[in-house]
Write a protein that binds this ligand. Structure first.
Ligand SMILES: *[C@@H]1O[C@H](CO)[C@@H](O)[C@H](O)[C@H]1NC(C)=O
Ligand SMILES: *[C@@H]1O[C@H](CO)[C@@H](O)[C@H](O)[C@H]1NC(C)=O
Ligand SMILES: *[C@@H]1O[C@H](CO)[C@@H](O)[C@H](O)[C@H]1NC(C)=O
Ligand SMILES: *[C@@H]1O[C@H](CO)[C@@H](O)[C@H](O)[C@H]1NC(C)=O
Ligand SMILES: *[C@@H]1O[C@H](CO)[C@@H](O)[C@H](O)[C@H]1NC(C)=O
Length: 409
């Protein structure tokens, strides 16, 4: 049970001791500075961000980690090999972590250098684990820049992660586990950015690997760009919905000093976050119909449109209008493998937070905005009305037959 409640990050992730029990059940993710600030980070900014998280109610809905990405270290290690924090921008990591109480942070790298050229943990795994533990960190992002040449590594994709070693040593030393965010590039293409084509491209990539997610690990789709760049409100909602319902870690990559209330409200949709944090089902939603493309089509601009998956409260649906005009979106309930034939379903709209009546056999979302999303929770609501014709709903390819031999198709 403990494990099933703690997911959060990409791989061997488990929550640390620094978070309260309450935070653990809500352990959504954290608030990084990277996408908004890149290397321009310092202690003041981190504390300020943490304060905004509290003030804006983000902590209340479960964003309980602050993530310092790169650029916090001195370029060189000490003479004894310890990684040192930048003496001007981060004069004392302990003071910082003390102030962030329930909020953890950290960045490391599996290679010689981090992505911005600071010391990586390769060959310093144990030493760095000790340092990070003494600084009170709770979260480890292990990136994948500047990995050594093959003649040094001599390992496969699994073994090359000195990350396993770091994780194990951490556990041995501290008696606690830490959230572990592993970066193994290749499954999801490219870094995210605040443009619709990048969001749709990542949704397309993940549509083919939804089965690779459960409590053992998460497909990390990269940070949230809600409120950044030129993403519209509808696009930002689609972005958030897709990330949350495929159970990706939810890492806010936005400058909270300038975010709008509208964008903030997206990040705080508790009905969507609840599905991301489902204590019973760790599985992702997956497409049951691609829509304008035929099923299994790889198309970065027009990814799968009709998705569903199980949750503790019923079946969750996500409909994405990938076109640049509003559209009506129709599906037969039994197209989703989680829906039972012969049963009618109550419909909850997870964005308008309204109960939208009862669906019998099919549902149509009217006028879904361009690049917009619909998120629904369908709950069983008794048998469908008697005498509905044809006696079997759904796909034309199955034919059903009465006891006396009369067929319907
Ligand atoms: C900290 O970083 C922010 C954002 O880059 C910058 O505006 C601010 O001047 C910096 N503060 C200090 C004390 O360096
Ligand atoms: C299920 O419903 C309960 C009661 O409304 C709610 O507290 C919980 O967060 C929901 N879980 C999911 C996964 O939506
Ligand atoms: C659900 O009902 C609300 C309120 O009437 C409406 O705004 C919303 O569009 C409906 N959702 C769907 C998916 O039809
Ligand atoms: C929905 O079900 C009807 C029959 O009840 C069928 O004719 C139609 O092809 C189905 N549509 C889809 C998209 O499965
Ligand atoms: C066969 O059974 C069906 C369904 O019960 C009924 O509608 C139909 O009239 C019956 N046909 C015959 C030939 O008895």
């Amino acid at each position: 049970m403990t494990l099933s409640r703690t997911f959060v990050a990409a791989v061997v992730g488990i929550l640390s001791a620094a978070t309260s029990a309450n935070a653990i059940t809500n352990g959504v993710g954290k608030l990084p500075a990277w996408n908004a600030f890149a290397c321009d980070v310092n202690e003041t900014l981190i504390i300020q961000t943490a304060n905004y998280m509290k003030e804006y109610g983000l902590l209340d809905v479960g964003y309980n980690h602050v993530n310092l990405d790169d650029c916090w270290a001195m370029k060189d290690r000490s003479s004894t090999g310890e990684v040192m924090s930048d003496n001007i921008r981060f004069p004392s990591m302990n003071t910082l972590t003390d102030q962030l109480h329930a909020l953890g942070l950290y960045y490391s790298d599996s290679g010689w250098f981090t992505c911005a050229g600071f010391p990586g943990s390769f060959m310093h795994e144990e030493q760095d684990a000790t340092t990070f533990q003494s600084w009170g960190f709770d979260f480890l992002k292990y990136d994948n820049c500047a990995i050594p040449f093959d003649d040094i590594i001599q390992e496969g994709m699994i073994g090359s992660g000195a990350w396993q070693m770091l994780s194990l040593r951490w556990q041995k030393k501290t008696g606690t586990t830490l959230i572990f965010s592993l970066c193994e590039w290749g499954w999801i293409d490219g870094d995210i950015g605040p443009q619709w084509n990048l969001i749709s491209s990542i949704i397309n990539s993940v549509s083919f690997i939804t089965q690779a997610t459960n409590y053992y690990g998460r497909n990390d789709l990269d940070m949230l760009e809600i409120g950044n760049g030129d993403l519209t409100y509808d696009e930002a909602k689609t972005h958030f919905t897709a990330w949350a319902l495929v159970k990706a870690p939810l890492l806010i990559g936005t400058n909270l000093a300038t975010i709008s209330q509208e964008m903030l409200s997206i990040l705080k949709n508790q009905e969507i976050i609840a599905v991301n944090q489902d204590p019973i089902y760790g599985t992702s939603i997956s497409p049951f119909r691609w829509g304008i493309n035929s099923d299994w089509t790889y198309n970065a601009m027009y990814p799968a449109q009709y998705w569903s998956g199980p949750s503790e409260n019923g079946t969750v649906f996500m409909l994405i209008n990938t076109e640049s005009e509003p559209a009506n979106m129709f599906f037969n309930l039994t197209e989703s493998p989680w829906i039972r034939a012969g049963i009618q379903y109550s419909v909850r709209d997870l964005w308008t937070h309204t109960d939208n009546g009862t669906a019998v056999r099919s549902f149509t979302a009217m006028n879904v905005p361009a690049h917009g999303v619909v998120a629904l929770l369908l709950k069983e609501d008794g048998n469908e009305p008697t005498g509905l014709m044809p006696p079997c709903a759904g796909e034309a390819f199955y034919e059903c037959t009465a006891e006396n031999g009369t067929s319907y198709s």
